[in-house]
Design a protein around this ligand. Structure first.
Ligand code: ZN
Ligand code: MN
Length: 439
């Protein structure tokens, strides 16, 4: 009997983040390679010279365990490093020191608004060098810079639990936020210290998956997944099965294209790294690391809502950005004895769109006091502006109704603009929300 295949977007993500340790993973070279003169931060170990021996970075191991704990993973009491072989000049040894069957952490989950995403594993490895394909004296050349070679890199792999492009984006953003809260990586996608890869298919039963690399922004993740799902669907509709392969995302053409046909684990010829003894972790050691975990985003949101009575969606916005959150906390401290409560403060910070990089919490609070005395809270006046906003931004209205709640900021922005910043932003937001829900 033919088994029935359910067609459903089935997506798993593999995310690499460079740890911000002082030194590299297996040698004493500085790990901060960004913008440094090529090949000035290398040594026999990270150049893979014969006889050089790797020594694991203890901090990197501890930080990987921290990430695992923050993602509800189980910490492996026994772990080890393995050699992963492939032939490419960004890797001088001919293999990468990674982890195969005994990763530091396995299992766990990260909650998104459309369901929990299971974590398969969190492991530790070394980053590769960087190739630059360019022209030198009129000749096409490939240059290699080993400053990044050997930098500590964590890889976080999810189960194929993600079912839409927007969920993939939400997961990636939440993961970035958690890791930034832990302070173990900058997770800067522009600088390449956070890199995303997606495995995409229309169902596990179909026997293929397509890996898409080179996704260096959250927007590209969304676009590439949507593009791939469409491309694969067209193939499936003709009765064919899409080819199992690795594709790259091109931001120029907004398409994915074949890079290579996917290797299997066997091609990597994994075996235990003979130069590094296996690791063992006691319960006490893991408990000590657990104690160092800071308050994580989800708990913080709950605390802001319960203790400080901040509106849920405002709390989410504040916590989604570590800098914004600390700005809020400082402003709250300064506001302390005055009349401004945490909920009002959060409302202003979210709605008035102050550029926190250009102002201080002190200035923000004094402006708030000033605004409070000049503020327009006249409901009929604000109502006129709200009506104008809805008329002038029909797209924002449609977007909001389709669930893109962020679209509201364009409408609030309009009211603040026509009122020269004097409209009560919190009141304006409430009124816009009410009109949108009514209309
Ligand atoms: Zn080195
Ligand atoms: Mn990897």
């Amino acid at each position: 009997m033919k088994s029935k295949v359910r067609y459903e977007p089935t997506i798993g993500l593999e995310i690499h983040c460079e740890l911000r340790t002082n030194s590299k993973m297996f040698c004493g070279c500085p790990a901060n390679h960004f913008g440094k003169t090529p090949n000035t931060q290398t040594c026999p170990v990270c150049l893979g010279l014969p006889g050089a021996l790797p020594v694991p970075n203890r901090k990197a191991v501890e930080w990987t365990i921290m990430v695992g704990l923050a993602l509800n993973s189980t910490i492996n009491p026994e772990s080890k490093f393995d050699r992963k072989h492939y032939f490419y000049p960004d890797l001088p040894k001919g293999y990468q020191i990674s982890q195969y069957d005994e990763p530091l952490c396995f299992g766990g989950f990260l909650a998104t608004s459309s369901g929990k995403v299971g974590i398969t594993r969190v492991h530790l490895e070394e980053d590769t060098g960087k190739l630059q394909h360019t022209q030198l004296d009129g000749q096409k050349v490939s240059l290699v810079d080993f400053n990044r070679s050997g930098v500590a890199l964590i890889e976080i792999v999810t189960d194929p639990d993600i079912h839409s492009a927007s969920q993939a984006k939400e997961y990636s953003q939440k993961l970035q936020n958690i890791i930034r809260f832990l302070g173990v990586s900058d997770c800067d996608m522009e600088k390449g210290s956070m890199r995303l890869e997606a495995n995409i298919s229309w169902g596990l039963g179909l026997g293929y998956k397509v890996e898409v690399k080179n996704l260096n922004s959250f927007r590209f993740v969304e676009k590439a997944i949507d593009y791939e799902l469409k491309r694969q669907k067209q193939i499936l509709e003709t009765g064919e099965t899409p080819r199992q392969e690795t594709r790259g995302w091109s931001e120029k053409t907004n398409t994915t294209m074949t890079q290579r046909y996917k290797e299997t684990a066997a091609d990597y010829r994994y075996f235990p790294e003979p130069d590094i003894p296996p690791m063992e972790f006691s319960k006490e050691f893991i408990a000590r690391i657990r104690k160092t975990l800071p308050e994580l985003p989800q708990t913080l949101v709950e605390r802001l809502v319960k203790q400080l009575k901040v509106r849920g969606d405002y709390a989410e916005i504040l916590v989604s950005d570590k800098n914004l959150l600390s700005f809020f906390e400082k402003a709250l401290e300064i506001a302390g004895k005055s009349q401004i409560g945490a909920d009002v403060l959060a409302g202003y910070l979210v709605n008035s769109k102050v550029d926190i990089a250009k102002t201080s919490p002190e200035i923000f609070i004094s402006l708030l006091h000033k605004q409070k005395s000049e503020k327009v809270s006249d409901i009929s006046l604000i109502d006129t502006w709200v009506k104008e906003a809805l008329e002038n931004f029909p797209d924002a209205v449609t977007d909001f109704k389709q669930g893109k709640t962020n679209a509201i900021s364009a409408l609030i922005g309009y009211v603040m603009k026509v009122s020269k910043g004097k409209a009560d932003a919190v009141l304006a937001r409430d009124m816009i929300e009410k009109s949108l829900k009514k209309s």
